[in-house]
Design a binder for this molecule. Structure first.
Ligand code: FAD
Ligand code: EPU
Length: 341
């Protein structure tokens, strides 16, 4: 082990997950350099133990103690690499806060991440589920990432095609799951920004703010909308949307629409239809439901909350009940977005 690098034992995880769940990790190491990451994963004492990389803990649910090694990613640094025509490349270390990277780009008028303002968590976690919001996704600006393969200690570059991005999906949730520590991410941004104001309430918020669309004003508008819609984990434990919005075929959508004319849906580019899971859950009567110390948010049925002292098992059990009732009423299988441990 590198001198100065400390592996802690029996760590309370409550400060490290936005649900505020009490759980314990057997071991935890904080990595600040690539060498520290290599040292940790090649240390014989921890070989064979389950490994979990933790960023901001804003998309994770601990349902039990973690009997392995947690790597806390504290790799830092953001830099502009180069320009190519009207593109500009920015590299950020995985331990940077995602929104600090957004602020860095917005301040320099680099276009492409303004709609992704204020998404909690780290840069390194952003590719895992291809974060998305307000008409944009990470994949629209992603160029490459560097990742440490835990089995070999080698660093590998993943380009766009290697990551197999989809809606809240990537290779890192499938074949590559748990096999890599993402170290840094490079984005390819627009020097002449192409503004996206068409999604949701962006336009009306810009009007309310009485400003013209720009990278900066869109970022502020998205922040305002998000603050008004989503609970702040510092005040109320949550991990954002608990489930993904499910997609169905046109045929299934039409038969649902005939029975439920108010159903909220969006057209996907492949012709299938994405349904608003929040609407489905609300129709099943869950919005604002309290189940002891946990519950469903009063304004956003897609968000499960911990009122304080709730356990991961209680949240998971509530999510099971929600899944079953949506299946029973609409015949639709919801899929969890949150990573369950
Ligand atoms: P963590 O929760 O720490 O980890 C998530 C997963 O990524 C885990 O499986 C972990 O092992 C893995 N991981 C993390 N870092 C690394 C790494 N360096 N290398 C390898 N694996 C790693 N998401 C959206 O897409 N859009 C939204 O609009 C959105 N809004 C949210 C709003 C709120 C209030 C909250 C609480 C969450 C929201 N989320 C949203 C979910 C969350 O912000 C994202 O999933 C974010 O990318 C998680 O980052 P994190 O660092 O907290 O990841
Ligand atoms: N709706 C209801 N009842 C509810 C909640 C929503 O009827 O309780 C309906 C409303 O008609 C609303 C529609 O669902 O207009 C969509 O709701 P919202 O705009 O809040 O978006 P969402 O589909 O619930 C998705 C993402 C969010 C992202 C926002 C904005 C998923 C799973 N969630 O939420 O991402 O910030 O759009 O783009 O795709 C996250 O992934 O954690 C997350 C917060």
């Amino acid at each position: 082990m590198a001198p100065g690098m400390e592996i802690q034992k029996h760590i309370a995880l409550k400060p490290f997950n936005t649900f505020g769940i009490e759980a314990e990790a057997a071991y935890m190491a904080e990595i600040c350099t690539l060498q520290e990451a290599v040292n940790v994963i090649t240390d014989k004492r921890y070989r064979g133990l389950p490994l979990l990389v933790l960023g901001g803990g804003s998309n994770i649910l601990f349902t039990k103690d973690f009997d392995g090694l947690i790597i806390r990613n504290s790799l830092r640094g953001i830099e502009t690499l180069r320009t190519e025509g009207d593109k500009i490349f920015v590299k950020a270390a995985a331990g940077e806060t995602w929104n600090d990277l957004v602020d860095y780009c917005v301040a320099r008028n680099y276009g492409g991440v303004e709609n992704l303002s204020l998404i909690p968590g780290s840069v390194g976690a952003a590719p895992i589920q291809n974060i998305g919001a307000y008409g944009a996704e990470l994949k629209d600006v992603f160029y490459s990432l560097e990742a440490l393969e835990t089995a070999t200690g080698r660093v590998r570059t993943f380009y766009h095609g290697d990551c197999r991005f989809g809606y809240r999906e990537s290779v890192f949730k499938h074949e590559a799951k748990g096999r890599y520590v993402i170290l840094e991410v490079t984005l390819c941004l627009d020097i002449n920004p192409v503004l996206k104001t068409g999604y949701g309430a962006i336009e009306s918020e810009l009007n309310r703010m009485q400003v013209e669309p720009s990278v900066q004003s869109i970022s502020r508008a998205v922040c305002n909308i998000r603050r008004s819609k989503l609970p702040d984990p510092a005040l109320l434990g949550n991990a954002g949307s608990f489930f993904k919005n499910p997609s169905v075929s046109k045929e299934i959508f039409h038969s649902l629409k005939a029975e439920y004319p108010g159903i909220v849906a969006y057209q996907n580019s492949d012709g299938s239809i994405k349904l608003a899971a929040g609407w489905l859950i609300e129709q099943c009567g869950w919005k604002g439901k309290v189940a002891g110390r946990v519950g469903v948010h009063k304004d956003q049925a897609l968000v499960i909350v911990n009122f304080g002292g709730g356990t991961g098992k209680e949240i998971y059990a509530l999510s099971e009940e929600i899944l079953h009732s949506v299946k029973e009423k609409f015949g639709i299988d919801l899929e969890r977005e949150v990573n369950v441990i």
